[in-house]
Design a binder for this molecule. Structure first.
Ligand code: UDX
Length: 446
């Protein structure tokens, strides 16, 4: 089939590239000519493992092309995929100006029957608006399909090629075989439903995952007070198949381009029909507070932070991405600066993006984790990049002014910390080393 994907952000580019792999011809369209030129030079505008190699091979073999000409691309295609951004408005609602604008342009460009498939995350009822918008611009027939995307940054290609399920919302049953063919080879689990339910599935799924994270973070906070270990608790809970083990990793909370935006949007969607989504409001509140446990733990160990030197490991909202959108690191670093600390920052790939958004004379930019730790009063791990796992913690402790490690992602095991001389704080697990906590209680027991 011939496809045009409108928007070359994460969702658009990854979907476009992946649809070439099961035999389709795809034109990825973007207004931003600079981006299109870059893509034609086989350079990806997003950091995503494996994407450049796929762009290169499919471009060379003629299954993939990039264009800034929406009209021409629409005319050459049978299926038009809308994958433009839906950022948050100040009140949390999704801003639909880009998707509505793209729909109008697609309508004007049409020269025959087309299937319009929405991949952008849009509030319930938006596909109906898209339908009206297109109908106001063309007399040609068309169908609308809602096909929400569930890919995660960092594993976007395998998530797209091997998803748990594909959700398709449609109102013309003739489209079902076309949609199954389009996704052929990805998974047999194609769930076909009505358009509004498909739109809701996306928000409900992200809200539920965010709820799991805030839930386990609150359990972690209680574990600290009662002397339990949240990683053990999560493992024990996850063995119940009704609960499941994923998204029960306690830490400093969720960030990124989806969870914060989609949870707020769902609260707004509910509010617009006079329903207060109290549970989700609490999930968002818990998440906003969780990052500041880093600051509380620093106070516990160091007292005032004025003049303290704090090393920060990890700025991206999660590993394997250079994305710093809604990353907890931002507010943590800002709070440290406000308290008068000198902050030494390291991230293997997200530092440039972070620096573009926030810089300050109290910040020191480091190109190695060891450099950020050297002569510091404490190191705080904010993103669980695997490279931190392999750091020699004995050497690390020796290079620091005070031997305090605050692990916001529970990356290290007890065995890795023991004997290093570090005072180790993590999330929802007993403290090790230092004047209180694990070592003291063990000492008391023997
Ligand atoms: C998410 C959804 O997983 C995906 O289906 C949707 O399409 C887009 O949003 P993404 O934002 O790329 O994907 O990242 P994800 O891996 O889901 O992590 C989101 C955030 O939750 C990260 O900040 C991560 O650190 C945090 N997280 C995740 C936890 O704190 N604990 C967990 O157990 C899992």
């Amino acid at each position: 089939m011939k496809l045009a994907v409108i928007g070359t952000g994460y969702v658009g580019l990854v979907s476009g590239v992946c649809f070439t792999l099961n035999g389709n011809h795809v034109i990825c369209v973007d207004k931003d000519e600079e981006k299109i030129n870059k893509l034609n030079r086989m350079e990806s505008p997003i950091y995503e493992p494996g994407i450049e190699a796929l762009i290169e091979v499919n471009l060379r073999e003629g299954r993939l092309s990039f264009s800034s000409d929406l009209t021409d691309s629409v005319r050459r295609s049978d299926i038009i995929i809308l994958a433009v951004g839906t950022p948050s408005l100040p009140n949390g609602e999704a801003d639909l100006q880009y998707i509505e604008g793209a729909a109008a342009e697609v309508g004007r460009a049409m020269d025959g029957y087309k299937i319009i498939m929405t991949k952008s995350t849009v509030p319930v009822g938006t596909n109906e608006k898209i339908r009206k918008m297109i109908a106001s611009q063309t007399t040609y027939p068309f169908d609308i399909v809602s096909a929400p995307e569930f890919l995660r940054e960092g594993s976007a290609i395998s998530d797209t090629l091997h998803p748990d399920r594909i959700v398709i919302g449609l109102d013309n049953p003739d489209l079902e075989p076309v949609m199954r063919k389009l996704h052929q080879g990805f998974t047999e689990n194609v769930f076909v439903t009505d358009i509004r339910s498909a739109e809701m599935i996306k928000y409900a799924s992200n809200a539920f995952l965010a709820t799991k994270i805030s839930f386990i973070n609150e359990i972690a906070n209680i574990c600290e007070k009662v002397g339990a270990d949240v990683t053990e608790v999560a493992q024990g809970m996850g063995m119940d198949r009704r609960i499941g083990s994923s998204f029960l990793q306690a830490g400093i909370g969720y960030g990124g381009s989806c969870f914060p935006k989609d949870t707020n949007a769902l609260i707004q969607i509910a509010g617009n029909v006079d329903y207060e989504f109290k549970l989700l409001e609490s999930v968002v509140e818990v998440n906003k507070g969780q990052r500041f446990m880093i600051i509380s733990k620093l106070h516990e160990s160091l007292g005032s932070l004025r003049g303290a030197v704090i090393g920060i490991w990890g700025l991206a909202f999660k590993p394997n991405t250079d994305d710093v959108r809604e990353a907890p690191a931002r507010e943590i670093v800002e709070a440290l600066v406000a308290e008068g600390a000198i902050v030494k920052l390291f991230d293997p790939i997200a530092a440039d993006n972070f620096r573009k958004q926030y810089d300050h004379p109290q910040l020191r930019w480091c190109s190695l984790p060891e450099e950020a730790a050297k002569d510091s009063d404490a190191v705080c791990l904010l993103t669980d990049w695997s490279l931190f796992r392999d750091i020699d913690l004995h050497k690390l402790a020796q290079s620091m002014r005070k031997q305090i490690l605050i692990d916001g992602r529970n990356l290290y095991t007890k065995q890795q910390i023991e004997g290093t001389g570090l005072e180790y704080h993590s999330v929802g697990r007993p403290q090790m080393g230092g004047l209180s906590g694990y070592s003291q209680s063990v000492a008391g027991a023997v």
